[in-house]
Design a protein around this ligand. Structure first.
Ligand code: HEM
Length: 387
């Protein structure tokens, strides 16, 4: 059987050949780090909904976190729960992610995108991550929590700001958890945002999150929400700029922005994997995953499965029926998917609508970040605006 080097710099930068080979030849594969990889689209979408698989520990495992206060938080947030405990946390928090709540953010997100894109246009050049992809979701996350801007910038933005070279995520999440542990109890009586209310107030049946659950889910919402969305925006801009024919199509018909975002989620997935735990033996793709195994679902492999998408390595914003597995699936499917899509749609429409002279300053933008192993985006994305 082939051995795959999942952790080399080459795989990080150019993962597609490896995942194509794995999906074609080893569609269920035991890795040297003890996880079983499942990579065919049909298997992934089916098993994400299979109740013999419970929540996974992919995030703490990817950081090597086995104990301590941060691990306690990761064991308490909804992503780590199953059954009624998961239903309770998810039901309470999802009150802040109704279509109406997401739509109410569109106008402020548009205003912010215009401000950021306007500043980039005035400078005539810059890094898309610093100029747009980082500040936009960071500000949306601040708005969700209703934290005063100067305090948020000092305590949270600074933690994740790429200006300080590479971010130590374990350190950043620890400080974030400490901040939220103080902030939430001190503000829940007065804070007026939907998210704060959803985290801290009981539902009609009297269900309510404990103090630890409130902090744990708040940490999840910040970390799951901003970096993935930042990566989606970055990947979408990069992929479009590498495909000028697709930019032309988008400029000619702006309603294509929705499928452009979906196609970017498929083609360059911002989240690289989703994980589960097999409580029973699972037969899949001619192999057997033993009971008690950790299972990983590859977005890169599944999203480019030729059995699901014709000509999968072609970036085509006019594709129909794009359903990437980038947001996971089943009961744990990303709670913020429509918010992330809306942010990316607004960012892309504004950027390409307002800067016709936008182009890559460095067409070789192929070095991808490795500080957060579950997320994919280039380290930098420098652009120039021709006048
Ligand atoms: C492009 C942006 C995003 C991507 C790619 C992404 C991806 C994911 C993935 C793969 C999962 C796990 C799904 C599963 O296990 O089946 C997930 C779960 C989750 N995401 Fe996102 N996410 C994004 C944006 C957001 C945003 C904006 C928020 C909220 C502000 C958010 C909050 C969550 C939460 C709370 C969960 C846990 C859901 C549960 O366990 O029931 N995500 N996301």
């Amino acid at each position: 059987m082939t051995t795959y080097d999942f952790h080399s710099a080459e795989t990080r930068d150019q993962p597609f050949a490896l995942f194509h080979q794995m999906r074609d030849h080893d569609p269920v594969y035991l890795t040297d780090f003890g996880y079983w990889y499942v990579s065919r689209y049909d298997d992934v979408t089916r098993l994400l909904r299979d109740t013999r698989l419970t929540s996974g520990q992919g995030v703490p495992d990817s950081f090597g976190l086995t104990e301590g206060p941060l691990r306690d938080i990761m064991d308490t947030w909804m992503m780590a729960l199953d059954g009624p405990a998961h239903t309770k946390s998810r039901g309470l928090v999802s009150r802040a992610f109704t279509p109406r709540a997401v739509e109410s953010l569109r106008a402020p997100v548009k205003a912010l995108a215009q401000e950021l894109v306007g500043a980039l246009g005035a400078r005539g050049e810059g890094d898309i991550i610093d100029a747009l992809a980082f500040p936009l979701p960071m500000e949306v996350t601040r708005m969700l929590f209703g934290v005063e801007r100067a305090l948020w910038d000092r305590e949270i933005t600074a933690l994740f700001d790429r200006g300080s070279a590479s971010v130590d995520y374990v350190e950043a999440m620890t400080v974030l958890a400490e901040f939220l542990s103080d902030y939430i109890p001190a503000h829940r009586a007065t804070a007026g945002t939907d998210l704060f209310t959803a985290l801290s107030s009981p539902d009609a049946d009297g269900n309510v999150l404990s103090d630890l659950e409130q902090v744990a889910n708040a940490v999840l919402l910040v970390t799951a929400g901003f970096e993935t969305t930042m990566s989606l925006i970055t990947n979408a801009v990069r992929t479009l700029l590498l495909h000028p024919d697709q930019v032309e199509l988008l400029r000619a018909d702006q309603s294509l922005v929705r499928s452009a975002v979906d196609e970017a989620l498929r083609f360059e997935p911002a989240a690289l994997f989703t994980t589960r735990f097999a409580t029973e033996q699972i037969e899949v793709a001619g192999g057997v995953i033993p009971a008690g195994s950790n299972v990983m679902f590859s977005s890169i492999a599944a999203n480019r499965d030729p059995a699901r998408y014709p000509d999968p390595d072609r970036f085509d914003i006019t594709r129909t029926d794009i359903r990437p597995v980038t947001f996971g699936g089943g009961v744990h499917v990303c709670i913020g998917a429509s918010l992330a899509r809306m942010e990316a749609e607004v960012a892309i429409a504004t950027l390409f609508g307002e800067l016709p002279g936008l182009r890559l300053a460095d067409p070789v933008c192929h070095t991808f970040q490795g500080a957060n192993p579950s997320v994919r985006r280039p380290e930098t994305l420098r652009v120039t605006i021709d006048r």
